[in-house]
Design a protein around this ligand. Structure first.
Ligand code: AMP
Length: 320
């Protein structure tokens, strides 16, 4: 059986160079010889106060960016267009307990004890479990921040299977090969995040070459001078190390670079060379909306088709 991969990205904030190197590139590489389902998790963008117009705009941008990033050999879909996700989520809420949902880190840190917290912030781990279980992937690669969610998914699947009969494939949790981790250019000890409010150190995928140049030029380095100042040392030289990693991940070479000015020019050139073709494809797609709509309509139809038997089996098992 072909391996199946599944990955959903949340349309909150604008995608960054970190998303490209840490997520979209590996997702594109995974397409060889595998059956990939990649989607826009629009429902997950509603667990906190949201503006409908912004959600629509971000969802649209992400739809184009997934295509522009070369994921065109995958089944691409928007989560809300595949109702099985919310339908199965409810069935899983009926196996999940308030104890385990209360222990989920996001809820503990952002919502517990706050009267205005949306119920969906409490229940979204069940939706995430549905996102995964519907596609029966054998393995789910997880970074540290997602470990708790996938463990809950396994617990819910096992409990469901024990209580109502074998319906779900219990996915194995695998630690992905250490991928690029891009740090904020202004705060190189923190991840470059798409939801950061201060974007001076964040390179967005649609930033123009000028904006990239300005952000890289202002990147935090250190006061080392001398012939070996340009060297990696995550602990003592986080800014310089980050620039070197970005340079190499974007196809550049640190050979012969001895000053921070030269390093920054090389980083700018390498990043712009990676972003330009992506931005060109994005611009082409933006003028061919009918094509984008067709791709996502076909993707949602395929996603509905492959998830229907799983949902039907789960419904029958619980007595619906
Ligand atoms: P997020 O933007 O945090 O919702 O994450 C979406 C995906 O992009 C996940 O697979 C993250 O691991 C990846 N990602 C986000 N930010 C970075 C970063 N700065 N460096 C590497 N990967 C990242």
């Amino acid at each position: 059986m072909t391996t199946r991969h599944l990955s959903l990205l949340k349309p909150t904030g604008r995608l960054t160079l970190g998303n490209l190197l840490g997520a979209l590139r590996p997702m594109a590489a995974a397409q060889d010889g595998a059956d990939c389902y990649y989607g826009v998790a629009d429902l997950h963008a509603m667990t906190v106060t949201h503006d409908p117009a912004v959600l629509r705009e971000r969802t649209d941008e992400l739809r184009l960016l997934l295509l522009a990033a070369g994921l065109d050999r995958s089944t691409l879909f928007v989560q809300s267009r595949v109702p099985a996700h919310t339908q199965l989520s409810y069935l899983l809420e009926c196996v999940a307990t308030t104890g385990e949902l209360s222990r989920m880190i996001q809820f503990k840190e952002k919502g517990r004890g706050v009267g205005s917290t949306r119920v969906s912030l409490y229940t979204y781990p069940a939706l995430m479990a549905a996102d995964i279980l519907l596609y029966r992937p054998a393995r789910v690669p997880v970074g540290d921040d997602q470990r708790q969610h996938v463990e809950l998914t396994r617990d819910l699947a096992q409990r469901f299977n024990r209580t109502y009969g074998e319906v779900f494939t219990v996915p194995e949790l695998v630690v992905p090969a250490a991928g690029a981790r891009v740090m904020d250019l202004q705060d190189p000890r923190s991840k470059m995040g798409k939801s950061s409010t201060d974007t001076a150190g964040v390179i967005h995928l649609l930033d123009s070459p000028d904006v990239v140049r300005r952000k890289v030029a202002r990147a935090v380095t250190d006061s080392d001078t001398g012939p070996d100042a340009v060297r990696p040392d995550r602990e003592r030289k986080p800014g310089v190390s980050n620039l070197l990693e970005v340079l190499v991940a974007c196809g550049g070479s640190p050979a012969g670079l001895t000053t921070y000015g030269a390093l920054k020019r090389a980083v700018t050139d390498a990043v712009v060379a990676v972003l330009e073709p992506l931005q060109q494809r994005y611009a082409d797609l933006a003028t061919d909306r009918a094509h984008v709509a067709d791709v996502y309509a076909a993707g949602a139809a395929r996603a509905r088709e492959v998830t229907a038997p799983v949902l039907a089996a789960a419904e029958a098992a619980v007595g619906l």
